[in-house]
Design a protein around this ligand. Sequence first.
Ligand code: MN
Length: 259
Amino acid sequence: MEKKLATGDIQFFPNQTRGNMTNNPEATNFPDLNRRDFLRASTGATLLFAMGGFPDNVRAATVHTLPPLPYAENALVPVISANTVSFHYGKHHKGYVANLNKLVAGTEFADLSLEKIIDATAGQAEKTAIFNNAAQIWNHTFYWRSLKVNGGGAPPAALKQKIEASFGSVDVCKKELVTAATTQFGSGWAWLVLDGDKLKVVKTGNADLPMTKGMKPLLTIDVWEHAYYLDYQNRRADYVNAVLDKLINWDFAAGNLGS
Ligand code: MN
Protein backbone atom coordinates (compact mmCIF):
# COMPACT_ATOMS: atom_id res chain seq x y z
CA MET A 1 0.00 0.00 0.00
CA GLU A 2 1.31 3.36 -0.98
CA LYS A 3 1.84 5.85 1.77
CA LYS A 4 1.61 9.58 1.31
CA LEU A 5 4.64 11.67 1.97
CA ALA A 6 4.50 13.89 4.98
CA THR A 7 6.69 16.65 3.64
CA GLY A 8 3.95 19.21 3.35
CA ASP A 9 4.32 20.68 6.79
CA ILE A 10 8.06 21.07 6.69
CA GLN A 11 8.86 23.46 3.92
CA PHE A 12 11.64 25.51 5.29
CA PHE A 13 13.58 26.25 2.16
CA PRO A 14 11.69 27.88 -0.62
CA ASN A 15 12.96 26.97 -4.03
CA GLN A 16 13.89 29.90 -6.09
CA THR A 17 12.81 29.69 -9.63
CA ARG A 18 13.80 31.40 -12.75
CA GLY A 19 13.90 30.80 -16.44
CA ASN A 20 15.32 27.62 -17.86
CA MET A 21 18.28 28.93 -19.73
CA THR A 22 19.37 25.74 -21.35
CA ASN A 23 17.60 26.31 -24.65
CA ASN A 24 18.27 29.95 -25.20
CA PRO A 25 21.65 31.58 -24.64
CA GLU A 26 20.03 35.00 -24.64
CA ALA A 27 18.05 34.00 -21.59
CA THR A 28 21.23 34.18 -19.53
CA ASN A 29 20.35 37.84 -19.20
CA PHE A 30 17.30 36.88 -17.26
CA PRO A 31 18.03 38.85 -14.11
CA ASP A 32 17.91 42.03 -16.18
CA LEU A 33 14.76 41.14 -17.97
CA ASN A 34 11.52 42.74 -17.12
CA ARG A 35 9.81 40.42 -14.67
CA ARG A 36 6.48 41.81 -15.71
CA ASP A 37 4.76 38.54 -15.93
CA PHE A 38 3.41 37.05 -12.80
CA LEU A 39 4.50 35.28 -9.72
CA ARG A 40 2.59 32.26 -8.77
CA ALA A 41 2.80 30.86 -5.28
CA SER A 42 2.74 27.10 -5.18
CA THR A 43 2.51 25.07 -1.93
CA GLY A 44 3.20 28.29 -0.10
CA ALA A 45 6.92 27.86 -0.52
CA THR A 46 7.70 27.65 -4.19
CA LEU A 47 7.62 30.62 -6.44
CA LEU A 48 7.37 30.02 -10.09
CA PHE A 49 8.23 32.72 -12.54
CA ALA A 50 6.03 32.39 -15.51
CA MET A 51 7.84 33.90 -18.42
CA GLY A 52 5.11 34.97 -20.77
CA GLY A 53 6.32 36.58 -23.96
CA PHE A 54 9.26 34.21 -24.27
CA PRO A 55 9.57 31.56 -26.94
CA ASP A 56 7.84 28.33 -26.06
CA ASN A 57 11.10 26.48 -25.71
CA VAL A 58 12.09 28.63 -22.75
CA ARG A 59 9.99 27.12 -20.05
CA ALA A 60 9.71 28.27 -16.50
CA ALA A 61 11.75 25.89 -14.41
CA THR A 62 12.52 25.37 -10.79
CA VAL A 63 16.11 26.08 -9.98
CA HIS A 64 16.99 24.54 -6.67
CA THR A 65 19.29 26.58 -4.52
CA LEU A 66 21.53 25.85 -1.57
CA PRO A 67 19.76 27.20 1.52
CA PRO A 68 22.00 29.30 3.76
CA LEU A 69 23.51 27.65 6.81
CA PRO A 70 21.60 28.78 9.90
CA TYR A 71 24.91 29.64 11.63
CA ALA A 72 28.55 30.33 10.82
CA GLU A 73 30.72 27.45 9.64
CA ASN A 74 32.70 27.59 12.88
CA ALA A 75 29.65 27.85 15.14
CA LEU A 76 29.58 24.14 16.00
CA VAL A 77 33.19 24.00 17.24
CA PRO A 78 34.41 22.01 19.14
CA VAL A 79 31.82 19.30 18.43
CA ILE A 80 31.98 19.71 14.66
CA SER A 81 34.90 21.62 13.16
CA ALA A 82 34.62 24.48 10.70
CA ASN A 83 36.57 22.29 8.28
CA THR A 84 33.94 19.57 8.43
CA VAL A 85 31.08 22.04 8.02
CA SER A 86 32.91 23.74 5.18
CA PHE A 87 33.25 20.49 3.21
CA HIS A 88 29.92 19.06 4.29
CA TYR A 89 27.91 22.15 3.43
CA GLY A 90 30.10 23.78 0.79
CA LYS A 91 30.93 20.63 -1.18
CA HIS A 92 28.49 17.82 -0.38
CA HIS A 93 25.24 19.73 0.19
CA LYS A 94 26.07 22.15 -2.59
CA GLY A 95 26.95 19.25 -4.89
CA TYR A 96 23.54 17.66 -4.46
CA VAL A 97 21.93 20.95 -5.51
CA ALA A 98 24.09 21.21 -8.62
CA ASN A 99 23.47 17.56 -9.50
CA LEU A 100 19.71 17.84 -9.10
CA ASN A 101 19.51 20.93 -11.27
CA LYS A 102 21.41 19.10 -14.01
CA LEU A 103 19.34 15.93 -13.67
CA VAL A 104 15.93 17.60 -13.85
CA ALA A 105 16.67 20.20 -16.54
CA GLY A 106 14.33 19.63 -19.44
CA THR A 107 12.50 16.76 -17.75
CA GLU A 108 9.01 16.37 -16.34
CA PHE A 109 10.53 17.25 -12.94
CA ALA A 110 11.97 20.61 -14.00
CA ASP A 111 9.09 22.66 -12.65
CA LEU A 112 8.46 20.73 -9.45
CA SER A 113 9.31 21.72 -5.91
CA LEU A 114 11.87 19.64 -4.07
CA GLU A 115 9.16 17.93 -2.03
CA LYS A 116 7.19 17.04 -5.13
CA ILE A 117 10.28 15.63 -6.82
CA ILE A 118 10.95 13.44 -3.78
CA ASP A 119 7.33 12.33 -3.75
CA ALA A 120 7.31 11.56 -7.47
CA THR A 121 10.58 9.60 -7.59
CA ALA A 122 10.58 7.67 -4.29
CA GLY A 123 10.81 3.93 -4.83
CA GLN A 124 11.25 4.20 -8.60
CA ALA A 125 14.39 2.39 -9.65
CA GLU A 126 14.81 4.33 -12.89
CA LYS A 127 14.61 7.65 -11.03
CA THR A 128 17.12 6.79 -8.32
CA ALA A 129 19.64 9.49 -9.18
CA ILE A 130 17.02 12.24 -9.09
CA PHE A 131 15.54 10.91 -5.85
CA ASN A 132 18.95 10.59 -4.20
CA ASN A 133 20.01 14.13 -4.97
CA ALA A 134 16.64 15.68 -4.13
CA ALA A 135 16.36 13.76 -0.87
CA GLN A 136 19.93 14.60 0.09
CA ILE A 137 19.24 18.32 -0.39
CA TRP A 138 16.20 17.98 1.85
CA ASN A 139 17.99 15.83 4.43
CA HIS A 140 20.96 18.16 4.75
CA THR A 141 18.86 21.29 5.10
CA PHE A 142 16.93 19.46 7.81
CA TYR A 143 20.16 18.28 9.47
CA TRP A 144 21.68 21.77 9.70
CA ARG A 145 18.50 22.95 11.41
CA SER A 146 18.54 19.94 13.73
CA LEU A 147 21.72 21.38 15.26
CA LYS A 148 22.28 24.65 17.06
CA VAL A 149 24.88 26.47 19.09
CA ASN A 150 24.44 25.52 22.74
CA GLY A 151 22.03 22.76 21.86
CA GLY A 152 21.43 19.58 23.82
CA GLY A 153 20.00 19.89 27.31
CA ALA A 154 16.34 19.33 28.02
CA PRO A 155 13.65 19.47 25.34
CA PRO A 156 10.87 22.07 25.69
CA ALA A 157 8.02 20.91 27.94
CA ALA A 158 5.51 19.75 25.32
CA LEU A 159 8.12 17.75 23.42
CA LYS A 160 9.56 16.36 26.65
CA GLN A 161 6.13 15.07 27.67
CA LYS A 162 5.65 13.46 24.28
CA ILE A 163 9.11 11.87 24.47
CA GLU A 164 8.39 10.54 27.95
CA ALA A 165 5.04 9.13 26.80
CA SER A 166 6.71 7.38 23.85
CA PHE A 167 10.08 6.29 25.26
CA GLY A 168 9.73 6.53 29.05
CA SER A 169 12.42 9.20 29.35
CA VAL A 170 14.55 11.61 27.32
CA ASP A 171 17.60 9.46 28.13
CA VAL A 172 16.00 6.39 26.57
CA CYS A 173 15.12 8.44 23.49
CA LYS A 174 18.72 9.65 23.22
CA LYS A 175 20.03 6.10 23.66
CA GLU A 176 17.76 4.90 20.87
CA LEU A 177 19.10 7.68 18.65
CA VAL A 178 22.67 6.59 19.43
CA THR A 179 21.80 2.96 18.69
CA ALA A 180 20.10 3.86 15.40
CA ALA A 181 23.01 6.09 14.40
CA THR A 182 25.69 3.56 15.24
CA THR A 183 23.93 0.49 13.81
CA GLN A 184 23.08 2.08 10.47
CA PHE A 185 25.37 0.02 8.25
CA GLY A 186 27.21 2.31 5.87
CA SER A 187 25.79 5.72 5.03
CA GLY A 188 22.49 7.05 6.27
CA TRP A 189 20.56 8.96 8.85
CA ALA A 190 19.11 8.58 12.36
CA TRP A 191 15.78 10.32 12.94
CA LEU A 192 13.32 11.23 15.64
CA VAL A 193 9.93 10.97 13.93
CA LEU A 194 6.24 11.23 14.60
CA ASP A 195 4.56 8.03 13.43
CA GLY A 196 0.83 8.27 13.94
CA ASP A 197 0.54 9.79 17.39
CA LYS A 198 3.76 8.25 18.75
CA LEU A 199 7.35 9.36 18.59
CA LYS A 200 9.83 6.83 17.27
CA VAL A 201 13.50 6.62 16.42
CA VAL A 202 14.23 5.25 12.96
CA LYS A 203 17.24 4.97 10.69
CA THR A 204 17.37 5.27 6.92
CA GLY A 205 20.07 4.24 4.46
CA ASN A 206 21.82 6.50 1.98
CA ALA A 207 19.41 9.26 0.93
CA ASP A 208 16.20 7.70 2.16
CA LEU A 209 14.00 9.69 4.51
CA PRO A 210 11.04 9.00 6.81
CA MET A 211 8.47 10.69 4.57
CA THR A 212 8.67 7.78 2.13
CA LYS A 213 7.29 5.63 4.94
CA GLY A 214 4.57 8.08 5.93
CA MET A 215 6.40 9.33 9.02
CA LYS A 216 7.02 12.96 9.92
CA PRO A 217 10.63 13.81 10.80
CA LEU A 218 11.30 15.95 13.86
CA LEU A 219 15.10 15.95 13.81
CA THR A 220 17.95 14.05 12.19
CA ILE A 221 21.61 13.16 12.63
CA ASP A 222 23.71 12.59 9.52
CA VAL A 223 25.84 9.46 9.89
CA TRP A 224 27.48 9.48 6.48
CA GLU A 225 31.23 9.40 7.09
CA HIS A 226 31.61 12.87 5.56
CA ALA A 227 29.65 14.21 8.55
CA TYR A 228 32.27 13.21 11.11
CA TYR A 229 35.37 11.59 9.66
CA LEU A 230 37.62 14.66 9.64
CA ASP A 231 36.92 15.18 13.35
CA TYR A 232 36.24 11.70 14.74
CA GLN A 233 37.64 9.30 12.11
CA ASN A 234 35.92 5.94 12.75
CA ARG A 235 34.42 6.95 16.12
CA ARG A 236 30.86 7.49 14.96
CA ALA A 237 29.46 6.94 18.46
CA ASP A 238 31.59 9.79 19.86
CA TYR A 239 30.27 12.13 17.16
CA VAL A 240 26.65 11.12 17.79
CA ASN A 241 26.92 11.41 21.58
CA ALA A 242 28.59 14.82 21.31
CA VAL A 243 25.92 16.03 18.91
CA LEU A 244 23.13 14.87 21.22
CA ASP A 245 24.72 16.40 24.30
CA LYS A 246 25.92 19.69 22.85
CA LEU A 247 24.22 20.54 19.57
CA ILE A 248 20.89 18.83 19.13
CA ASN A 249 18.14 21.38 18.51
CA TRP A 250 15.13 20.25 20.54
CA ASP A 251 13.39 23.54 19.71
CA PHE A 252 13.47 22.63 16.03
CA ALA A 253 12.01 19.21 16.83
CA ALA A 254 9.33 20.78 19.01
CA GLY A 255 8.42 23.17 16.22
CA ASN A 256 8.08 20.31 13.75
CA LEU A 257 5.96 18.38 16.23
CA GLY A 258 3.66 21.34 16.67
CA SER A 259 3.33 22.23 13.02
MN1 MN B 1 25.91 14.58 4.80
